[in-house]
Ligand binder design. Structure first.
Ligand SMILES: Cc1cc2nc3c(=O)[nH]c(=O)nc-3n(C[C@H](O)[C@H](O)[C@H](O)COP(=O)(O)OP(=O)(O)OC[C@H]3O[C@@H](n4cnc5c(N)ncnc54)[C@H](O)[C@@H]3O)c2cc1C
Length: 465
């Protein structure tokens, strides 16, 4: 750790210790560069401390609670389960601390100094980090994002996902503003935990970026389990009322007042660039995002940027990919361009929803003949045995070549199954080739192989029902 004052010189300084920054710094050290990393907070950034990992811990606890309620269906009698949210949060905090230690160790193992504090540019090559003056030949900006605020009266009464993950008591009822990935994940965590949940989405459907059929299925499943989803609804204001909150929403037919204990704002995130002094470095910004080219290079040739700070996918593995690529390009001179064509991702609802590649709509819009194969999860024997029959597996393929263009899965284990389709796409397999894989039986993976087999793009003559 750096405690010193005065000028420190490095080949590369990485600003931010999230997934992007950690990957960038480690890549630099692995390539033999003299690297330092600036971070004011805990290592691991949003993903580890306020995102993926704590969220997944809560998903797991809420799911185990739900499963225990179902246990008798499997011949397991147990006492009536009770959810102790305080213990859930304590477990989550323990896991985060444990994994954060690992992140720090991975830097120590490479002798990468951590400069404690917020970095701010003085000039294109000079930064202050706390008390330290730093000069760098190359800089990777990995400053991430924060929750976007909504400019309505009373917005300060609402909480963000940061607060929601730290709450030690479950609220009675929640209004979630936004219908994207994070919104739907919290909707399902809270719903499984017994909280009354309403989702307010400004557009015409939840999960706007995902396949239509997937969004429809999650809407149906969410409604079935009591989550109210209001679309075409614009939040107008939040006020305090009777020990709780009241949110006023503008709907097509007029206003609606929604009473709740808590409002969660989950309507997007914005890059964390305030106070970074980008003007002093001359780095170009567009609508709050750092502008980069396909090498992740900014308009200032020795400054690169990746992860949430450039917008785009806003996923942890993409941020890590960006970090590695930015450092390689900075140190070796723009040797690689970004390729985001195969990025699987999951909405950790219950059941989880996962996607990779093009949606059916995008594939059709791209031209050419498209074949779509959809297999209900209820036809997968393993899903029947495990009582996880909700959802479906969908493969979108090119009719002429048989090449897989996208995969979309609603259902248990979809966060793992989606990698089969991702690997098939990466290896440029056709539906027919994927269909020839002999899967484990009984397994959920059989469903993916069977979906490929049933696709007309597989070129197989017939299939048995
Ligand atoms: C609730 C939630 C759930 C999520 N779940 C998932 C999921 O399941 N899967 C998934 O793939 N993604 C998920 N994400 C998204 C994922 O967390 C982000 O895409 C990822 O963490 C971005 O990494 P990053 O390195 O770009 O930024 P961050 O992780 O935000 O890291 C940026 C770091 O930079 C530091 N920093 C900022 N400004 C400065 C400065 N001036 N000087 C020094 N340091 C600075 C910050 O302190 C921070 O530590 C989730 C996000 C949220 C909010």
């Amino acid at each position: 750790m750096s405690e010193g004052r005065g000028l420190e010189k490095y080949d590369i300084v990485v600003v931010g210790g999230g997934e992007c920054g950690l990957a960038a710094a480690k890549q630099g050290a692995d390539l033999g560069a003299r690297v330092a990393l600036a971070e004011p907070g805990a290592m691991g950034g949003t993903c580890l401390n306020r995102g993926c990992i704590p969220k997944k811990a809560l998903v797991r606890s809420a799911y185990i609670y739900y499963l225990m309620g179902e246990a008798v269906d499997f011949g397991v009698r147990s006492l009536v389960p009770a959810l102790d949210w305080q213990m859930v949060i304590e477990r989550k905090d323990r896991l985060v601390r444990q994994l954060e230690r690992e992140k720090r160790r991975s830097l120590e193992a490479r002798s990468i100094p951590v400069l404690r504090g917020r970095a701010s540019f003085l000039s294109p090559h000079d930064l202050t980090v706390g008390e330290v003056l730093v000069q760098a030949d190359n800089i990777v900006l990995a400053v991430g994002s924060r929750v976007a605020s909504i400019p309505v009266p009373g917005a300060e009464l609402a909480m963000t996902s940061d607060h929601a993950l730290a709450m030690r008591e479950l609220p009675e009822s929640v209004l979630i503003v936004g219908g994207g990935v994070i919104a739907m994940e919290f909707a399902h965590i809270w719903n499984r935990a017994g909280v009354s949940v309403t989702v307010l989405e400004i557009g015409d459907r939840i999960l706007a970026a995902m396949d239509d059929q997937v969004a429809e299925e999650l809407t149906r499943l969410s409604s079935e389990r009591g989550i109210e989803i209001i679309t075409h609804g614009r939040l107008e204001q939040i006020t305090r009322e009777d020990g709780g909150l009241s949110a006023r929403a503008q709907l097509p037919g007029g206003f609606r007042e929604i009473g709740c204990s808590v409002v969660l704002l989950a309507a997007g995130r914005v890059p964390n660039i305030a106070g970074l002094g980008l003007e002093a470095a001359g780095v170009q910004v567009d609508r709050g995002r750092v502008v980069v080219d396909e090498y992740l290079q900014t308009n200032v040739s020795h400054i690169y940027c990746g992860g949430d700070a450039i917008g785009g996918h806003c996923l942890a593995p993409v941020a890590a990919y960006d970090g590695r690529l930015a450092t390689r390009n900075a140190l070796r001179g723009n040797v690689e361009v970004t390729d985001y064509s195969i990025v699987p991702y999951t909405v950790f609802s219950t059941p989880p929803v996962s996607s990779v590649g093009l949606t059916e709509f995008q594939a059709r819009a791209a031209g050419g003949q498209v074949e779509v194969s959809v297999l209900p999860m209820a036809t997968v024997e393993c899903a029947v045995v495990e009582g996880e029959t909700e959802g479906f597996i969908k493969i979108v393929a090119d009719a002429d070549s048989g090449r897989i263009r996208g995969g979309h899965i609603v259902g248990a284990r979809s966060e793992e199954l989606i990698h089969i389709i991702a690997v098939a796409m990466k290896g440029k397999l056709t539906c027919g080739e994927l269909a020839e894989i002999i899967p484990v039986h009984p397994s959920f993976s059989e469903g993916v192989v069977e979906t490929a087999r049933r696709s007309p793009a597989a070129g197989l003559v017939a299939f048995e029902q």
